[in-house]
Design a protein around this ligand. Structure first.
Ligand SMILES: CC(C)(COP(=O)(O)OP(=O)(O)OC[C@H]1O[C@@H](n2cnc3c(N)ncnc32)[C@H](O)[C@@H]1OP(=O)(O)O)[C@@H](O)C(=O)NCCC(=O)NCCS
Length: 142
């Protein structure tokens, strides 16, 4: 596979240092490294060659999936990488939900583009700044 071709695969031990560095760079309340080490099986990485440019974490309970994390390297945004990560998991459950910060318009727009819509709010969901979360849902019609 060419280095210029985006591949999406289950996160591996070798991806962890890059994923943890990205998580710390991107989020104000990053998940600790041990979360990725422990939950690696629910994460997918988007890569150009060996370079990790994005990742997504999704937990499944029966037909329902909870997207717990998605991030794209700041230098690689608006190239469809988050969309590719989302599309990659969309066949895996009947319904998908997630929480997103009320102020995080880019993420809301990205999810809306894939058919998610806001169904609820969780007050003071984020402990770092007590920001409210919007709950977004997608129910597959397939
Ligand atoms: C949100 C995030 C994952 C989007 O990743 P991305 O790879 O840039 O997204 P895509 O290129 O697939 O964008 C798909 C669509 O989402 C929307 N979108 C993405 N970023 C946007 C922005 N900054 N402003 C407005 N709309 C945006 C657009 O509709 C875009 O389609 P277009 O480029 O054809 O206009 C990325 O900005 C990111 O990592 N943010 C920080 C982490 C984060 O907020 N994670 C979400 C936690 S819930």
């Amino acid at each position: 596979m060419s280095k210029n071709e985006l591949k999406i695969e289950h996160m591996s031990v070798g991806d962890l240092p890059q994923v943890i560095a990205l998580e710390n760079q991107i989020f104000s309340n990053p998940k600790p490294a041990r979360v990725f080490e422990h939950d690696m099986n629910i994460y997918y990485a988007a890569k150009f060659g060996e370079k990790v440019v994005g990742y997504i974490g999704v937990e499944h309970i029966l037909d329902e999936a909870h997207i717990i994390n998605i991030a794209v390297h700041p230098d690689f945004r608006r190239q469809g990488i988050a969309s590719a990560l989302v599309k990659n998991i969309l066949g895996s459950a009947k319904s998908f939900f997630l929480e997103v910060r009320k102020s995080n318009i880019p993420a809301q727009k990205m999810y809306e583009k894939h058919g998610f819509h806001v169904i609820d709010e969780r007050k003071k969901y984020y402990v770092d700044n007590e920001e409210d979360a919007l709950v977004m849902l997608l129910v597959s019609t397939k």
